[in-house]
Design a protein around this ligand. Structure first.
Ligand SMILES: *[C@@H]1O[C@H](CO)[C@@H](O)[C@H](O)[C@H]1NC(C)=O
Ligand SMILES: *[C@@H]1O[C@H](CO)[C@@H](O)[C@H](O)[C@H]1NC(C)=O
Ligand SMILES: *[C@@H]1O[C@H](CO)[C@@H](O)[C@H](O)[C@H]1NC(C)=O
Ligand SMILES: *[C@@H]1O[C@H](CO)[C@@H](O)[C@H](O)[C@H]1NC(C)=O
Ligand SMILES: *[C@@H]1O[C@H](CO)[C@@H](O)[C@H](O)[C@H]1NC(C)=O
Length: 231
């Protein structure tokens, strides 16, 4: 979209022409950066199931504004570009009359917020491929701008991946649940054991207290020794 040194002619830094070309390129580049920009958003592809209806997103942006902006959508049919639809947008806030050349295509952007998205109804495997959103603004010397959106048509949406994910998720979930259960059980067991031990001790202490009142402390000490064996 932006103009870059394409390398069509080698850039010879030794010659004075090179410096001029370079300056020209830079100026041109800066100038073009303010021109038209076609965008399909952050994710330039979509994977959709056979039979579904999808939106091919595209918006344009121009700092210098538009007048009679020409735009079209093209489908790359095995190397030859076939027009999907086209229109001339008189101004930024008009809903342009769009000519459609392909079945099951609907213009849905309506030029609201520079939106020139289209809808593809009931997609088939033949609809898969590259769609180019093309724009040309007479306000900037009819320079061409375009961006590509790729449509991938699949039979089912990542069945294998999903199962794997589900398996992993359930495995992880199961492991976590098991660990939690185990820890709860362990804590509970420890708690019960501690309680039992406490009770035991109490019993032992009380019993020892009952049994030999004279021994007192030494007696309880002696009796508490067998308890660790239970662990
Ligand atoms: C595409 O989907 C339709 C229904 O959703 C089905 O009838 C057709 O067989 C599918 N085509 C292929 C090639 O699987
Ligand atoms: C697309 O091109 C390939 C070779 O590049 C050819 O085998 C195939 O038949 C072409 N398909 C169509 C629909 O033209
Ligand atoms: C898409 O398919 C549905 C159901 O098969 C049908 O009712 C509808 O008319 C189709 N839409 C287009 C634009 O072909
Ligand atoms: C463009 O218009 C379509 C249909 O109204 C909408 O779904 C989509 O979100 C719009 N895109 C942007 C970038 O506003
Ligand atoms: C712009 O695209 C048109 C086709 O829509 C083509 O005829 C023309 O040569 C292109 N201009 C440039 C400068 O690439």
């Amino acid at each position: 979209m932006e103009v870059r040194w394409t390398g069509a002619e080698p850039l010879r830094l030794g010659s004075p022409n090179a410096a001029i070309s370079l300056i020209f390129t830079l100026m041109f580049g800066v100038w073009s950066a303010q021109g038209l920009e076609m965008s399909v958003g952050k994710i330039p592809f979509l994977e959709a199931v056979n039979g579904s209806t999808v939106m091919l997103p595209c918006t344009y942006a121009s700092c210098i504004g538009i007048r009679n902006l020409y735009f079209n959508w093209q489908y790359n049919d095995n190397g030859t570009m076939t027009k999907v639809c086209e229109a001339e947008i008189p101004s930024e806030d008009s809903d342009p009359p769009v000519k459609i050349f392909r079945d099951r295509v609907e213009f849905v952007g309506k030029n609201i917020k520079n939106n020139v998205s289209i809808l593809l109804w009931n997609i088939t495997f033949e609809d898969a491929g590259q769609y180019t959103c093309f724009g040309r603004n007479p306000k900037e010397m009819n320079k061409n701008h375009s961006t590509i959106f790729t449509l991938i048509v699949v039979d089912e949406l990542r069945v294998v991946d999903n199962t794997v994910t589900i398996i992993i998720a359930s495995a992880v979930g199961g492991a976590i649940a098991f660990l939690m259960g185990f820890m709860l059980l362990k804590n509970f067991t420890l708690y019960v054991l501690a309680k039992l031990e406490e009770k035991n001790k109490e019993c032992l202490v009380t019993s020892s207290g009952i049994d030999n009142t004279e021994n007192g402390l030494s007696g309880s000490k002696g009796e508490s020794k067998p308890t660790p064996k239970k662990k």
